[in-house]
Design a protein around this ligand. Structure first.
Ligand code: OOG
Ligand code: MG
Length: 255
C-alpha cells in the first residue's frame, strides 16, 4: 500500500477544505496499523510545512461519541500549534469542511509520560494543570463517514481546539466535573468527566501506552485532549458556542 500517497490525499483534502471518499472505499483491507502509518506521514508533512507538535488527543473515548460515530474503540492523534485558537475568537467557517464542536477536559503535563497501564494517580502526578476545552473536529471524509482505520489515518479528525485557563489539580475530582455545552445560550448537551472512560485521566494513560509502543512519550508541556464528553455538534453560521465546566471555568467561540 502506498502510505505516502494516502497521506498526501488527506493533506490536500485538509488544505483545500474539500471532503474526500474514505480510503477504505479504495483499500478494503486498510488496517488500523496502516491508518497510524498514514497518520504519521501526514503529520511529518504538516511539520515540514512549519507546524509544531504541541500535544496529543484521544478520541472516541466516551460512549456518546462511540455510538454517534459507529466505532467502539478509542483513537489517538497529534495536535499542533496551528490548530490552537483563542477563547472568544471568531471562527471562519470557510477554513473547514463541515466542522463540529465538542467539550473536552485537557491535561497540561508537567513531565514526560510513557508506559503501559499507567494509573489515574500516575497520570495526575505528572499533570501540571487541567483546563476545559472545545475541540473542533472536521473529518476530511464525506459526511464524516469512516471506519476506525480511516479516522486514524485522518489524524482522528483533528482540526482546531480552544483551551480555557489552566487550573491546578488540587481538590479537583475530574470524574465528577460537570460540563454544559451551549449553542446560542441554549444547553444542547451535558456530561460529567466520568463520561470519558470513567475518568478522563484514563484517556491520557491510553495515549501514553500508544506512544510507548512506538518508543515515544507524551512530553512535558504538552496539552492532552482526553476526548469529547458529549456528542459533537455542527458549527453553523452565527453560532456562539460555550463549554462551561464545574471548577474549570468556560471557553467559547463565535462563528
Ligand atoms: C473522530 C474524532 C473523535 C473525540 O473527542 O471523540 C474525537 C470523529 O468523531 O470524527 O475527537
Ligand atoms: Mg475530540
Amino acid at each position: 500500500m502506498d502510505y505516502q500517497s494516502w497521506s498526501d490525499y488527506l493533506f490536500q483534502a485538509q488544505r483545500k477544505a474539500i471532503a474526500v471518499e474514505p480510503i477504505t472505499d479504495f483499500e478494503k483491507n486498510l488496517s488500523v496499523d496502516d491508518g497510524y502509518k498514514i497518520q504519521e506521514l501526514l503529520m511529518d508533512y504538516r511539520c515540514n510545512e512549519g507546524e509544531k507538535i504541541i500535544g496529543a488527543k484521544a478520541g472516541l473515548t466516551s460512549i456518546a461519541k462511540q455510538k454517534a460515530m459507529g466505532v467502539n474503540e478509542p483513537v489517538y492523534g497529534i495536535i499542533t500549534d496551528k490548530m490552537m485558537l483563542v477563547s472568544g475568537e471568531k471562527v471562519e467557517l470557510d477554513k473547514f469542511i463541515h466542522p463540529r464542536v465538542e467539550p473536552e477536559i485537557v491535561f497540561i503535563l508537567g513531565k514526560d509520560l510513557s508506559g503501559h497501564n499507567l494509573t489515574v494517580e500516575e497520570i495526575l502526578d505528572a499533570t501540571e494543570s487541567v483546563c476545559c476545552g472545545l475541540e473542533i473536529i472536521d473529518s476530511r471524509y464525506l459526511d464524516f463517514r469512516f471506519t476506525l482505520a480511516d479516522v486514524v489515518a485522518d489524524n482522528t479528525s483533528a482540526s482546531a481546539f480552544i483551551l480555557g485557563n489552566p487550573m491546578p489539580l488540587t481538590n479537583l475530582e475530574l470524574d465528577l466535573t460537570g460540563c454544559l455545552l451551549e449553542i446560542n445560550n441554549e444547553v444542547v448537551a451535558t456530561a460529567t468527566g466520568a463520561a470519558v472512560l470513567g475518568h478522563p485521566a484514563r484517556a491520557v494513560a491510553l495515549l501514553a501506552a500508544w506512544l510507548h509502543t512506538q518508543g515515544k512519550s507524551l512530553k512535558k508541556g504538552w496539552a492532552v485532549l482526553s476526548g469529547g464528553l458529549t456528542n459533537a455538534f455542527p458549527l453553523e453560521p452565527n453560532n456562539y458556542v460555550r463549554g462551561s465546566f464545574a471548577h474549570l471555568g468556560s471557553v467559547s467561540i463565535k462563528v
